[in-house]
Write a protein that binds this ligand. Structure first.
Ligand code: NAP
Length: 284
């Protein structure tokens, strides 16, 4: 058996083409261009590459993007001031502070400073709370992208056993909530889980968000399962996921590749959130 590869790249391109059309209609109708501002503190190479991807995505979909580059010595107070300025700027609809921040800046303090209406990353406690309560909010981008990838398989999530490996605030916890919302029976595993493979082997849907290359081996996967690989790791400078992809192809029913799986979907969800933020702010 060879798994069907679920291409996030292809799905993201499809969504971006539709989004470009929606943005054009919106601009014609409201005479406002959705505008995302990204703040980058320091020059972490991975962060620069993520930020570049976000800017490209905006360009591709006819949205405006502005990059504010701040030096690594920027203080927490200065960053808060910068975010507050953007909160009050009516020409800005989405604000994203690229993480991680230098260790002298408290990330939660900065995320809490971003206006909830412009928090297109969906990381603020109010957005997270609303997500848990099933209220209208900006869904965090990676988890939202994961759900879209699962739906692309046309497998009905309802009643399925979904196992999430990882409980981070940006992936594991929110994706578990979204799976619950889709009526899956959800198990969340982490570094203290005993007998991990007992759980993974019963997963109809397996999400690997660990950050360890090829951690999930073929014998941990239930035959026919949907496997979503969130991990971004490098072996000898080559990108790889948290799943032993080649071996998993023989067992899984569906699998996302790395690169070209979850990554492109994350940025695409950010672009959707930016248009939505603009729509809500303009209507208000
Ligand atoms: P994280 O904050 O480091 O969390 C990793 C999680 O994995 C933790 O909950 C940890 O458990 C768990 N874990 C670690 N070792 C384990 C083990 N041996 N057995 C079971 N669980 C274990 O990472 P993250 O931010 O969620 O990111 C995870 C991966 O996804 C990374 O590779 C990251 O680069 C990637 N990522 C990709 C995208 C994308 O768009 N493609 C977006 C975000 C993240 P504890 O909580 O017990 O420590």
């Amino acid at each position: 058996m060879s798994a069907i590869v679920v291409s996030g790249k292809e799905l993201a391109n499809k969504i971006r083409t539709d989004l470009k059309e929606k943005v054009s209609c919106f601009i014609k109708e409201k005479n406002v261009i959705p505008h995302l501002v990204v703040i980058l503190v320091g020059d972490n190479p991975a962060s620069i590459s993520y930020v570049t991807g976000k800017q490209k995505g905006c360009e591709q979909t006819n949205m405006k993007s502005t990059l504010i580059k701040l030096p690594i010595e920027t203080t927490e107070k200065e960053l808060i001031k910068e975010v507050e300025k953007l909160n009050n700027d009516t020409s800005v609809h989405g604000i994203l502070v690229q993480l991680p921040l230098p260790s002298h800046i408290n990330e939660s303090t900065i995320i809490n400073t971003i206006s909830v209406e412009k928090d297109v990353d969906g990381f603020s406690p109010i957005n997270v709370g609303k997500m848990v309560l099933n209220e209208e909010c900006f869904l965090p981008c990676t988890p939202a992208g994961i759900i879209r990838l699962i739906k692309e398989t046309k497998i009905d999530i309802t009643g399925k056993h979904a196992v999430v490996i990882g409980r981070s605030n940006i992936v594991g916890k929110p994706v578990s909530q979204l799976l619950l919302r889709e009526n899956a029976t959800v198990t969340v595993c982490h570094s203290r889980t005993n007998n991990l493979s007992e759980f993974t082997k019963s997963a109809d849907i397996l999400i690997a968000a660990i950050g360890k290359p090829k951690f999930v081996t073929a014998d941990m996967i239930k035959p026919g399962a949907v496997v979503i690989d969130v991990g971004v790791n490098r072996i000898n400078n080559k990108l790889c996921g948290d799943v032993d992809y080649e071996a998993a192809l023989d067992v899984a029913g569906y699998i996302t590749p790395v690169p070209g799986g979850v990554g492109p979907m994350t940025i695409t969800m950010l672009l959707e959130n930016t248009l939505e933020a603009c729509r809500r702010l303009v209507i208000k």
